[in-house]
Design a protein around this ligand. Sequence first.
Ligand code: ADP
Length: 413
Amino acid sequence: MKILVINSGSSSIKLQLLEMKGETALASCLVERIGEEIGLCRCVFRKGSAAEQAIERRQAIANHREGMRLALSILTDAQQAVLVNHDELVAVGHRVVHGGEDFHQPCLIDDAVIQAIEAVAPLAPLHNPANLDGIRVAMELLPGLPQVAVFDTAFHQTMPPHAYHYALPRRLYLENRVRRYGFHGTSHQYVAGECARLMAKPLDETNLITAHLGNGSSMTAIEKGKSIDTTLGLTPLEGLIMGTRCGDIDPSIHAFLARVRGMDIAEIDAMLNKESGLKGICGLNDMRDIHAAVEQGDADAALALDMLTYRNRRYIGAYMAVLGRVDAIVFTAGIGENDAVVREKSLAGLENFGIVLDPEKNRGRQSGAREIGAAASKTRLWVIPTNEELAIARQTLALTGDGEKGGGGKSVD
Ligand code: ADP
């Protein structure tokens, strides 16, 4: 029962092949630098407990079609024997960044779904067209297989109107669908499910704050298993301080910069997305480099760390107020899973709210899901590795009917 998961970006494609019996990743491929002079396709094969094996090809990769074709040819490499031919695949799951208001759950892709994804592309101009490229190429190269779209926004469609509306003239919502959507939904939903399972509590009775802290970051308030608020908004710029994105700022900064520095909207938008956040504050956007700089006495790096963790703490407080009772706080993604200092500083001083970290557990070196709260902590504290590919594969399998090809899909919801 094999599922191929595809995450197609503007100049790269990530593919993962999973065996759903036992839920293991058999191989992962990264196709990079599509359209450049020399592209790269690297596939890593994992077979049981045997050492990983990698196959790498460097060659011109003109477009997504060529990139996907190359990756599929490596995946079906006879020597690796993880995928003898495409018929072994049950379905293909695609990550789609923006589903707008139309998609509350994954759906089987047909022409109407493609049109609906196209229709919301203005809300995610960098992502949705690239996701669609991947879908179209996969449909062409793997004909007859069910293809499923799993949306980053879908999990947050349960947010109530008072959480998702902006206080802007109503016509902007009515005419242009300007509202908060939220992203990283597949990750928040996955770690929420894992956390409830680890606590042996039904998800629909569990209140959580999930913190997905990576290059892009977001926090979600989850009530009885459902997202009721999240930090990212119309686009993935709002909320927490990220690697290169600013998070919350005074929206008047746009007008001020236009007036005082003569910047136009495109310049300001690029600056807020690519030159801000940690990078804007201290010139570095990788948290590992920031810690190294702090150790060298870099005051800007220390400020960046303080600002990021202060913003995290502010949102934890806000979501505690929103939820009333919080059973657990979950940290995930690159920083959330690996950075004990960020977790400690983000939770500092919250003892009176029933949040008490166990410093030793927090700094422990083990990987995998683990509890980091002290016995006295009323709210349990967890680190849970995210696995968006597995989450997409599970949802793809669920929609394609127990692994039977062509099984009952759903249309736009
Ligand atoms: P993305 O949002 O691109 O999926 P990830 O979830 O992979 O990002 O997170 C990437 C970020 O995680 C890196 O930029 C880095 O800041 C951080 N990171 C990764 N490993 C560590 C580590 N061991 N310690 C601290 N930060 C880390």
